[in-house]
Design a protein around this ligand. Sequence first.
Ligand code: PMV
Length: 385
Amino acid sequence: MAAKFSVSAPGKIILHGEHSVVYGKKAIACAIGSRVVVDAAVSPQLQSSLVISMPSVHLNEVEIIANLTDLEEKQDVMEIVKVKCNETLQELEHTDFARIALSCILYAYYHTHRQRQNCGDKGSTVTIKISSEIPIGAGLGSSAAFNTSIACLFLIISGSVTKPGVSEKFSKITNENDLNAINSLAFELEKIVHKTPSGIDNSIATFGGAVSFQNGDIIPLSKMPTLQLLIVDTKITRSTKTLVSKVKEYADSHPDVVLPIMESLNGIATSAESLLGKLSDDSNNAQLLSEWCRLITTNQSLLKAIGVSHCALDKICFIANKYGCPAKLTGAGGGGCAIVVLDYLQNNSDSISQLRNELEMEGFGCIRASLGGDGVLVKSTQITS
Ligand code: PMV
């Protein structure tokens, strides 16, 4: 079968509950409009191979001969992934990001290979081009958007997920079993990247919208208002693991100080969930909006109190506050991104431009985003048998 597919999945932001979620408290996360897009062409060949281009990690038309017979019946998929990855990268100058991305692609490819054999696939070249609007390592779920797209692509090619009909437009996947299969393979791929991920990022990338998350339970939130945000990237890389350890060290040495803050953060996430639900029914209610905005400001102060803000994040909040907009860091902190709620300025495009200019003059990157939105999307532009 020759076919052309495109798959796309969104990044995410954490609205409330970063860090306190590690202590069993509630978190709320939402899909954003920035996405990863994977364009793929499958053509029948005697020998199977993958041709991968991913400019964001400097991989350009890297070819890997990857026959279905490479993987023996009882072999662990990760063993063959390591061998193939080493073979491919030994000749190439590459970054750690490139190695991880390649490992995820190869894992999804070999993981789904037995189904491909069962489908009667004798061999094919899969050419993949990956483009991303999501900055890497900024806490915006770039790896989950990538992994969800890759999982979806190989599950479609292997026949495990329903192929989309031919269309120029992206469409949603509506079959629940298909979505669950994509989410579960994407979670396996996230483990290659993050070792012990929470599962929140791949769930958002697969299902879209907004979720609440507590003690491993991910609950979709049916009500989310269409709020306008500015995501501001400090461009300072940070490690989630280091920041979580830093907070743990503080919590272990001063539980009486830190644990009540975690409790307050839980109160913020719980109140925000209820307020956002009401706002989605009554989007012009200024009182509800201002109550939520107060929670955003308090949330930032408490995250600063546990030591995860950064002078760049503080500067973003200061500039946003000057324009009357509440702001907070999102994700692990220590750099990465902040979110600024623009709704107060909704009808004033001059003020939004001025705010954005001021932030960009400081060297920050700005992305306009609305909350919620679609999860994984697919399209097929050509299928011939
Ligand atoms: O910045 P991110 O997307 O890695 O988010 C980290 C969120 C934390 O609560 C700090 C850690 C976690 O595993 O939930």
